[in-house]
Design a binder for this molecule. Structure first.
Ligand SMILES: C[S@@+](CC[C@H](N)C(=O)[O-])C[C@H]1O[C@@H](n2cnc3c(N)ncnc32)[C@H](O)[C@@H]1O
Length: 347
């Protein structure tokens, strides 16, 4: 172990329970390959270790976590340990009574919505995805559970996000759907994702400004957060859109992701294995030499890249998922968010 550790305790674990999914989204960043799920015994021991170390928050994800064969047992364990449990889902399967047991647990549903009906269906490659999602959200709301929407922005949906928000707001007013918040982030080039769908930095900036323009007089019943915004936060003042102006990445300090293979990653967008839960306890991985080295490299390079930028305080360098390998290059090359529009002549 090196001297002073520049990180806190492990507060959040993202668990990718399985890579099985009922959808095949065009932007999916999961690693391709054979359908695999985490061993239930391993997950339970991670949860027990995490609880023992004072851990608080679990994010269950996938693939589709409802496709995990032992999902009910995992929910039971999370409840027993009194974790705040987030459930990341496309929600489609919740329409089946077979999954009604999920409503016996106190969960925060992070539900994916990628546009208006046609765009969502196109991106999710399922003609019934949108209607299934809306009826599932009604069911979640009827069961008094929280819904946070998560939207991934790409070329296909950049022009329909405002209309999507207007429609969701209408549903909260007319159809009893309760939405706690809406989070809108750009697509990342990870795993088997097709980078052709990604916006250019200039397109991303225009997307933010257009969304802001279209929603100036909109008064939604839920909070809308976009990010990263690379220093144009003041544009959103007095409108409903909030910049995630603390786009700080908790992978450095508080969180880890367990992939469906058991490999532990700094986050779902950085597939750099720090260890595997089959051989090492999660807290030991968090505090391992490899994890500490990664954090040090990450912090070092980030300040070198962006420290002279006036937007640094707002974005903290954004997300470097696509470029994390450069951290290991010896040539001290610069690393920054692929969406940063500060130097593309339009900022
Ligand atoms: C991987 S999915 C897993 C949970 C569930 N199957 C779902 O669709 O919500 C979790 C979230 O990651 C988003 N996502 C998938 N691929 C992505 C990518 N390449 N970049 C950014 N977000 C992505 C999805 O849109 C979804 O909101």
């Amino acid at each position: 172990m090196k001297g002073k550790q520049a990180f806190d305790s492990l507060d959040v674990i993202y668990i990718e329970l399985t890579n099985s999914c009922n959808f095949d989204c065009i932007h999916c960043g999961n690693d391709a390959g054979k359908r695999t799920s985490l061993d239930i015994g391993l997950v339970k021991s991670v949860l027990a270790d995490f609880n023992e170390c004072g851990g608080k928050k679990i994010m269950l994800t996938g693939g589709e976590p409802l496709m995990y064969p032992d999902i009910e047992e995992i929910l039971r364990e999370c409840a027993r340990h009194e974790f705040v449990t987030h459930f990341s889902t496309n929600a489609f399967l919740l329409n089946s009574d077979r999954f009604d047991f999920v409503f016996d647990y106190d969960l925060i549903f992070r539900v994916s919505l990628d546009g208006t009906r046609d765009k969502h269906n196109e991106i999710r490659r399922n003609p019934f995805a949108y209607d299934g999602l809306i009826s599932a959200m009604k069911k979640i709301s009827a069961n008094e559970q929280q819904v946070i929407l998560r939207t991934t922005v790409m070329k296909q949906n950049k022009d329909c996000i405002a209309d999507m928000l207007f429609e969701i707001d209408r549903l909260t007013k007319d159809e009893g759907i309760k939405i706690h918040g809406s989070k809108i982030w750009p697509m990342r080039n990870i795993g088997r994702a097709n980078p052709e769908h990604m916006l250019t930095p200039a397109e991303y900036r225009d997307f933010l400004l257009n969304l802001n323009e279209k929603t100036r007089t909109f008064n939604p019943s839920f909070k809308i957060v976009v990010g990263p915004t690379f220093g144009i936060e003041s544009e959103f003042k007095n409108g409903p859109i909030q910049s995630n102006d603390i786009y700080t990445c908790n992978i450095l300090s508080k969180a880890l992701e367990i992939s469906f293979t058991g490999d532990v990653y700094p986050c779902s967008f950085v597939h750099y294995s720090l260890g595997n839960i089959a051989t090492t306890r999660i807290n030991d991985i968090f505090r391992s030499e490899k994890a500490i080295d990664f954090r040090e490299k990450f912090l070092d390079k980030k300040s070198k890249t962006c420290d002279s930028c006036s937007a640094y305080e707002s974005c903290k360098g954004g997300c470097i998922a696509e470029n994390y390998q450069k951290l290991f290059n010896a040539d001290n090359c610069k690393v920054k968010d692929v969406y940063c529009f500060r130097e593309c002549g339009v900022a």
